[in-house]
Design a protein around this ligand. Structure first.
Ligand SMILES: C[S@@+](CC[C@H](N)C(=O)[O-])C[C@H]1O[C@@H](n2cnc3c(N)ncnc32)[C@H](O)[C@@H]1O
Length: 289
């Protein structure tokens, strides 16, 4: 992560993966909406979005709670809260949003009321102790309230197996290198605690009951629109940047050609780019007593 990214996100490695999170969230919004459904948000509810990013889910939740409900947007990064408010203003629901600047590594966010539902997507895995973060989020709920964590899913596939540049299988090796980057980043922080179990187990251990998982497929076939292609290219570039130290020299050279808009091999010239992935949400309920 560059210095400017660290300044933007407040903490190295915990922010959005591209410089245009709103564009990325727009591409995944359909899947996000499907993962929000099991929360069962109703008009008048009090809901919390932890780590809202550019605020697309916050806006969807604000629409679901209606004019008598509230959505608390909790983030450690001022600029993410500003982006969320801007998105809410554009959607005409800013009056239902309550921004709270808080780092969930410091415990349960200080809210003036208990929540009916808590949503958090691609945020908790940034924390050093996933069990502690799950307990902190549970502390926000009223008895009977529902928590949904959207974390994990399947690796993304965008490229054909053989692009004709470098050795076939580039994307699979990028996943592996990126995983090594994440592992190094995760455990490079003092106090990082090895999770050793899956999200459903983590939520159950935190005290939630009836924990289940839901998966939303993101299936955008080739040829991509210019908007989706721009997001795919930005996300690939961000992954290659982070995974760089773990790529072989040959793979790094192949990615440099594929991601260079001035190169004949630039991925942006191709009609066979697609976006196929799956996102999973883990939902549980706080026991009534
Ligand atoms: C990868 S973005 C995910 C944005 C959005 N929820 C989505 O699914 O696209 C992670 C978000 O979580 C926030 N975040 C990361 N660590 C956090 C922490 N410890 N406490 C509060 N917010 C955090 C970041 O600032 C950012 O807004």
């Amino acid at each position: 992560m560059t210095t400017s990214e660290q300044q933007r996100t407040g903490k190295p490695g915990t922010g959005t993966s591209t410089d245009d999170p709103a564009a990325a969230e727009a591409v995944y919004l359909d899947a996000t909406r499907r993962l929000l459904e099991p929360l069962g948000v109703r008009a008048g509810d009090v809901v919390v979005d932890i780590g809202p990013g550019a605020g697309s889910a916050t806006v969807a939740l604000a629409q679901a709670v209606g004019e008598h409900g509230r959505v608390y947007a909790v983030d450690l990064d001022h600029s993410m809260l500003a982006a969320t408010l801007a998105a809410a203003e554009q959607a005409g629901v800013a009056g239902r949003i309550r921004p709270i600047r808080h780092d969930i590594e410091d415990g349960t966010p200080p809210l003036p009321e208990r929540a009916d539902a808590v949503w958090s997507s691609w945020c908790v895995h940034h924390t050093r102790d996933w069990d502690a973060a799950a307990r902190a989020l549970l502390g926000l709920l009223r008895p009977g309230g529902v928590l949904c964590l959207a974390e994990s899913g399947l690796p993304t596939r965008c490229l054909p197996w053989d692009t004709g540049i470098g050795r076939p299988g580039l994307e699979v090796r990028l996943d592996e290198a990126h995983d090594r980057h994440f592992t190094q980043w995760f455990f490079g922080r003092p106090g990082a605690r090895r999770p050793t179990r899956g999200w459903a187990e983590i939520l159950t251990a935190a005290g939630l009951s009836d924990v289940t998982a839901f998966t939303a497929l993101v299936d955008i076939p080739a040829p991509l629109t210019s908007e989706v292609r721009a997001v795919v290219l930005a996300e690939l570039a961000a992954r290659v940047r982070r995974a760089g130290p773990f790529l072989t020299a040959d793979d790094a050279a192949a990615w440099a050609r594929l991601l260079d808009p001035a190169a004949p091999a630039w991925l942006g010239h191709r009609a066979d780019l697609a976006l196929l992935t799956a996102r999973t949400g883990f939902r549980g309920r706080k026991p009534e007593r």
